[in-house]
Ligand binder design. Structure first.
Ligand code: ADP
Length: 398
């Protein structure tokens, strides 16, 4: 029986997909349909029999998936039900309801719809992806894999905000955390690299991509994470502020007359590295910083200082830390960020080997010295493989 899983990540105007061997992690094909519902669409598919690029105008997610299905039949591999074990859907918000991946049926869809107020931008797009995929590929099982699920093990004192209790009871206001598939994958790989069982190790995972989050993982379970009710809380990100004094919101409303939506947009899309320096792409920010740009330097310093504060906090949460792991675009590739955020932490047993850190490699590796009490690791994340693995675990429970 095939272990092939079609992993679908449906955004509001894009559909990303990947055909993954859930057992080996091999990516067999993949592609992206962008600017759905807008003029000037763009489509790319890579398969074993070649690459296809398009610039058609694609009106809906249904047309986008249709485009992908046709690309699969022209450039491989086959999406016949006999070759496809499951379709795995990334779903951003699973609320308190989903602590693990789940088989998609009408009841699950209704529950994910109920969670739309918690993720108004993401869950409707994820639901649209599920709906069209079930129509076009209805004969295989479909599985929902939630970004929040890995963090459902947080203890109440870590996920509870100190606000009136009724807010949580009546409106679901609590911390949920995100990037769960990445944190769970990377924490497990870290244990493997240390040659130990996940249940034996404590790690701090730093996922630094466009979105950034830190997670404290004790014995394979998430015990605290930096994102909260939404992905806005925590570390400094490409365009999101991360932690701010919540009183800033009221201040902006009173002083500038900004609406709630304007404030939301400013903190989510105009802040972070972009707000500080005008640049949210870390590579470009690095070039500017190296050329002596002071705003780029300040953005870099604020970014790394925030990471350091979370490392300190999660060190205290875990008590004993076996490894600190960097992952995602910035975490994997920026030696400068790794060095700056862990600078002067030798007294905590945290050290970086400059030569190891300077290497740019796409394999999982140590960047700390051999005798370091806390290993510092760089591990490429693979969310598609994790979604494929979790999808197989639902349709073939042990
Ligand atoms: P996403 O969160 O969208 O999956 P990624 O994990 O791909 O994003 O991370 C994107 C970020 O990683 C961008 O800011 C990009 O500039 C940065 N990045 C990618 N490659 C490098 C590199 N070689 N050096 C520094 N930053 C990089």
């Amino acid at each position: 029986m095939s272990d092939h899983v079609l992993v679908i990540n449906a955004g509001s105007s894009s559909l990303k997909y990947s055909l993954v061997d859930g057992r080996s992690g091999e990516s067999l094909a993949g592609g992206i349909v962008e600017r759905i519902g807008e003029a000037g669409g763009s489509q790319t598919h890579r398969g074993p029999d070649g690459e296809s690029r398009g610039d058609e105008t694609i009106g809906s997610h249904e047309e986008a998936l249709q485009w992908a299905v046709e690309a699969f039949s022209s450039y491989g591999p086959s999406l016949d039900s006999s070759d496809l074990a499951a379709v795995g859907h990334r779903v951003v918000h699973g609320g308190s309801r989903f602590g693990s991946p789940a088989l998609i049926d009408d009841e699950l869809i209704a529950e994910v719809k109920d969670l739309v107020p918690l993720a108004p931008l993401h869950n409707p797009a994820n639901l649209e992806g599920i709906s069209v995929a079930r129509r076009l590929l209805g004969e295989v099982p479909h599985v929902a894999v939630f970004d929040t699920a890995f963090h459902q093990t947080l203890p109440p004192y870590a996920y509870t905000y100190a606000v009136p209790h009724s807010w949580a009871e009546e409106h679901g206001i609590r911390r949920y955390g995100f990037h769960g598939t990445s944190h769970s994958f990377v924490a497990e790989q870290a244990a493997r690299l240390l040659g130990r069982e996940p249940a034996e190790v404590n790690v701090i995972v730093l996922h630094l991509g466009n979105g950034c989050s830190a997670t404290a993982v004790r014995g394979g379970e998430s015990v605290d994470t930096s994102m909260g009710l939404t992905p806005l809380e925590g570390l400094v990100m490409g365009t999101r502020s991360g932690d701010v004094d919540p009183a800033i919101l009221g201040h902006l409303a009173r002083e500038l007359g900004w609406s709630v939506d304007e404030i939301d947009r400013a903190l989510n899309s105009e802040s972070g590295l972009k707000g500080l320096s005008g640049e949210n792409d870390f590579r470009e920010l690095s070039r500017r910083r190296e050329a002596g740009d002071s705003l780029a330097q300040l953005a870099f310093d604020v970014y790394c200082y925030r990471i350091k504060k979370y490392v300190g906090a999660y060190y205290a949460v875990l008590g004993r830390v076996d490894a600190i792991v960097f992952t995602a675009g910035v975490g994997q590739h920026s030696a400068a960020v790794r060095a700056a955020s862990l600078e002067n932490l030798s007294s905590l047993g945290i050290d970086i080997d400059p030569a190891r850190n300077a290497e740019d490699s796409s394999t999982a590796r140590f960047v700390s010295p051999d005798d370091s009490p806390v290993a510092v690791l760089v591990i490429p994340t693979n969310e598609e493989w994790e979604i494929a693995r979790q999808s197989l675990s639902v349709i073939r429970p042990r």
